[in-house]
Design a protein around this ligand. Structure first.
Ligand code: ATP
Ligand code: MG
Length: 452
């Protein structure tokens, strides 16, 4: 069945054609239709100038007026759909390696295709000649050999790859992302241009680099993406800390799989499409402290303090890539707690409950599971923790506290630095089932702390 987004885009094309303009589906949606995959969104390219598009449709938003991009909103079967309608354009010269100095609008579809990044992203489709069930091939306009590259599984820059990457450095990361997503090869001249210009990726803003990396990590092909980043020399530029995990040996009894890089790739391989970005970054960074703490001790290889060092390195990466405070906190928590599963069977009940209380504990569990499956393969601690997480009721893990600050004050204690200790003494006893009432809690506090 046709998606509502496709119906909305078809209506727009139809309307523009009725007014005498040229209009097509363009870019990623054509690629996906030809691959038999459902496009996430449908973009329309047209010869109509933005002010005309704004005039023709009742609900529009001029988002990238400068680039000729207008959003057209519509409602199909109760679903709100927003379609990007972009005027054919020629991007002219680029002097900052990020965006064109000025764009000129065009009435030539072919010119619009030539400014796009890769041949597989450079096709147009005429939905007006397509009947339900038709092969989309017959409606495709392909000026750049996109169909042949789709069939051959190649990500190839449109035009001269050197020039195209010089214009916009972000395209280097996009090449890797699309190759990983579709299991394609980066065409040799395109790959060699990336290797040649990899260092210039530093001209792209940190946020855009972060967003590309996050997409690579969460589209279900993270391992391939990181292998390609490595092969193209981009990894060294964008995440030198991960590049340093190459060749960091590990004790074979715990890590039969190999060095820390190999171990990390095995985790990335297990990240499903749609994985949360914090889990994905946590998986990527969980052992990032191992290269700086590697030590060949007399008994075996050790990584003393790798969790603390890793957390500091990850904090620096999150700062550099401008993660939000909330995301940073979760990524660091995943790293800081990943070794604690080793103690989970020995933990006091209160310690275990506090552990299970970590925000988004399910992500900690999942990271531990991937970590085990990417090394020794023993999931006994995972199953133990998961069982406790699922069976201990919420009110036992986060009970209403029997002893609060107000209770301490009422019992004659003056608020001060030792309050925190008193409260956690009582809370531990409560979590372990040693006290059942406020009075018992206060008695316990009295047995340890005198009132002064
Ligand atoms: P996705 O499925 O990830 O959205 P997409 O191909 O739709 O893939 P978008 O980033 O949505 O990619 O961009 C839409 C289209 O715009 C691309 O298919 C491509 O033709 C063009 N495009 C996007 N970014 C660039 C760029 N940096 N340089 C040149 N063309 C680009
Ligand atoms: Mg898209």
């Amino acid at each position: 069945m046709k998606a509502n987004a496709q119906i909305a885009a078809e209506r727009i094309v139809e309307r523009l054609r009725a007014e005498g303009f040229d209009a097509y589906f363009a870019g990623g949606c054509v690629r996906d239709l030809l691959l038999g995959q459902a496009p996430v969104d449908f973009d329309v390219a047209t010869s109509a100038r933005p002010e005309i598009v704004l005039d023709l449709f009742p609900r529009t938003f001029a988002v990238g007026a400068h680039f000729g991009v207008v959003l057209v909103a519509d409602e199909i079967q109760g679903e709100q759909i927003v379609t990007e309608v972009a005027t054919f354009r020629n991007d002219g010269s680029y002097s900052d390696g990020r965006r064109p100095d000025r764009v000129s609008f065009s009435t030539d579809a072919r010119e619009d295709v030539l400014r796009r990044d890769f041949t597989i992203n450079g096709m147009l489709l005429d939905p007006m000649v397509l009947e339900e069930g038709d092969d989309p091939e017959k409606a495709t306009l392909d000026y750049v050999g996109g169909r042949a590259d789709l069939a051959a599984g190649l990500v190839r820059a449109i035009g001269d790859p050197e020039r195209r990457f010089k214009e916009d450095k972000l395209r280097m990361l996009r090449a890797v992302r699309f190759a990983a997503r579709f299991g394609f090869v980066i065409e040799p001249a395109t790959a060699s241009a990336i290797r040649c210009h990899a260092a210039e990726i530093s001209q792209v803003s940190d946020e855009r680099v972060r967003d590309e990396l996050t997409r690579m990590l969460t589209e279900g092909h993270a391992r391939r993406a990181f292998e390609l980043l490595d092969e193209t020399g981009l990894l060294k530029q964008v995440l030198p800390e991960i590049d340093r995990l190459h060749g960091v040996e590990q004790p074979p009894e715990y890590h039969p799989e190999g060095d820390v890089w190999v171990h990390t790739l095995l985790l990335l391989e297990k990240l499903p499409a749609g994985a949360s970005s914090t889990l994905a970054w946590g998986a990527l960074l969980h052992d990032v402290g191992k290269s700086a703490t590697f030590e060949r001790a007399p008994d075996r290889i050790r990584f003393h303090g790798h969790v603390e060092v890793g957390s500091r390195i990850a904090a620096e990466i999150c700062r550099r890539l401008r993660f939000s405070n909330e995301e940073t906190a979760q990524v660091l928590a995943l790293i800081e707690n990943h070794m604690r599963f080793g103690d989970v069977m020995r933990m006091k009940e209160s310690t275990l409950k506090r552990f299970l209380r970590l925000p988004k504990f399910a992500e900690h569990l999942e990271l531990h599971r991937m970590d085990c499956l990417s090394s020794h393969g023993d999931l006994s601690l995972y199953h133990f923790a998961k069982e406790r997480y699922e069976t201990i009721p919420e009110e036992a893990v986060r009970p209403r506290l029997l002893v609060t600050g107000a209770d301490l004050i009422a019992a004659g204690y003056a608020p001060g630095p030792s309050f925190k200790e008193m409260l956690s003494l009582a809370e531990d006893a409560q979590l372990e089932g040693r006290i059942q009432t406020t009075e018992e809690g206060l008695e316990l506090v009295r047995s340890v702390f005198s009132r002064t």
